[in-house]
Design a protein around this ligand. Structure first.
Ligand SMILES: *Cc1c(COP(=O)(O)O)cnc(C)c1O
Length: 407
């Protein structure tokens, strides 16, 4: 018989979101009339802009013509899209040969782990988006869960006490550091000074930062950095993963990119960019050409305007949720609400309560699905993540129910 990859047996049972879905199903089975609203999973809900959608439809139709047909494209991505991304988001910071188009940021994070293999030390923000740790466990870079986290992973608590920015001295030399800003789930955005200290630490200690900027488009405060490459020194210590999913509603269309600077080196002095090119050409065969046509349209004047409007819509939802959670009933229970206005998530602490307990209470009393903070890491305990992805009327209805919740 063929042996199972031991990484899979090391994973703790139950990915967070399937467990959320299971509890929702179970609740509905016993309360079939409940009109459940989800402020849970970070999935986009608003339709694509007509401009972007039409570009994809036109491209798809063109595929049925002799002139418009295309098969495999460059594995690194359509060169006009790479050029456009470099120009629009990384002007003077990265060039098109450092931009690699993908089928999404999550998939790139999984592929990035093949670059470093099983002997790499891992550091993650705690709480964090689950794929950083789970993917590391699958490739063997992290071991079993010993109750307080996976072996080989350095958890970096990000809490209100440290303004959601971790104590860097905990990170071991030569580690891979996963860092997400604007953060999922906390919504925190690292300042320029904070990112500079992270970059300086990484350069000094032989670390590489995997910077997840999937929510960059939600940053409205112009003093906050939207990409790690705004920070001097980052080109020798960082990879950025990014995506059209959240800014353009491409969660189902699937399109993202990663930026791997040519200045970034492994410990033996060899080029990370070269190996990443190898990963993309060997293990990946290019993003859908239809999706890439949509990406190109998203980056022209109209597309950028449409993306901004869509993000504004979600940010407004976030504000509505935040205001609800600051209401009398929550205040009396000493609930602490964190919403930066620069990310799609509202992060709320329910003192002396367990996350799943609050999740079940809100599901039962309000018929609203949320995400328990403890699912994102030990430091997420007692927190609930409220997502601003939703139709306005659903968000308003959920909020009017939440406003009546007795805690
Ligand atoms: C949604 C999300 C992604 C996933 O992006 P895709 O491009 O859809 O794979 C990546 N990182 C974070 C933090 C996310 O919340």
């Amino acid at each position: 018989m063929v042996k199972r990859n031991s990484g899979f047996s090391n994973l703790t049972a139950g990915y967070l979101f399937p467990e959320v879905a299971r509890r929702r199903r179970e609740y509905l089975a016993s309360h079939p009339d409940a009109k459940i609203i989800s402020l849970g999973i970070g999935n986009t809900t608003e339709p694509l802009s007509n401009h972007i959608s039409k570009a994809m439809a036109d491209y798809a139709l063109g595929l049925s013509t002799m002139e418009g047909y295309s098969g495999y494209g460059d594995e690194q991505g359509n060169s006009s899209l790479r050029k456009k991304i470099a120009e629009v988001f990384y002007s003077g910071m990265a060039d098109e040969e450092e931009i690699f188009i993908s089928d999404g940021a999550k998939c790139d994070i999984a592929r990035i782990q093949t670059l470093f293999g099983s002997k790499t030390k891992i550091a993650v923000q705690d709480p964090a988006y689950p794929v950083y740790v789970d993917g590391s466990v699958v490739v063997g870079a992290a071991g079993k869960n010993c109750g307080d986290g996976y072996k080989g992973v350095t958890y970096l608590p990000c809490t209100p006490e440290n303004d959601f920015f971790p104590e860097l001295s905990k990170i071991k030399k030569n580690s891979l550091i996963y860092f997400c800003s604007p953060n999922n789930p906390t919504g925190a955005v690292a300042t320029r000074q904070q990112l500079q200290s992270l970059v300086d630490f990484a350069n000094k200690n032989g670390c590489i930062i995997i910077f997840d900027a999937a929510y960059f488009a939600f940053i409205r405060d112009s003093s906050l950095p939207k990409t790690i490459f705004e920070i001097p020194g980052s080109r020798t210590c960082a990879i950025e993963v990014n995506s059209f999913s959240k800014p353009a509603g491409f969660t189902g269309v699937r399109l993202g990119w990663s930026v791997v600077p040519k200045d970034l080196k492994f410990s033996d002095g060899s080029s990370v960019n070269k190996d990443w090119n190898r990963v993309m050409t060997t293990l990946f065969n290019g993003a859908s050409n239809i999706a890439q046509a949509g990406g190109i349209a998203a980056l022209d004047e109209q597309g950028l305007k449409d993306m901004k409007e869509q993000v504004d819509y979600y940010l407004e939802n976030g504000k509505i949720i935040k205001e609800t959670l600051e209401g009398e009933n929550f205040r009396k229970a000493n609930v602490e609400v964190y919403f930066t206005g620069n990310g799609p998530y509202v992060w709320a602490k329910f003192p002396q309560k367990k996350s799943w307990e609050v999740f079940d209470l809100i599901l039962d009393k309000c018929h609203v699905v949320t995400t328990p903070g403890s699912g994102f890491g030990p430091s997420g305990e007692s927190f609930i993540r409220f997502s601003s992805f939703g139709h306005r009327k659903d968000v308003e209805e959920a909020c009017s129910r939440l406003a009546k919740l007795e805690l």
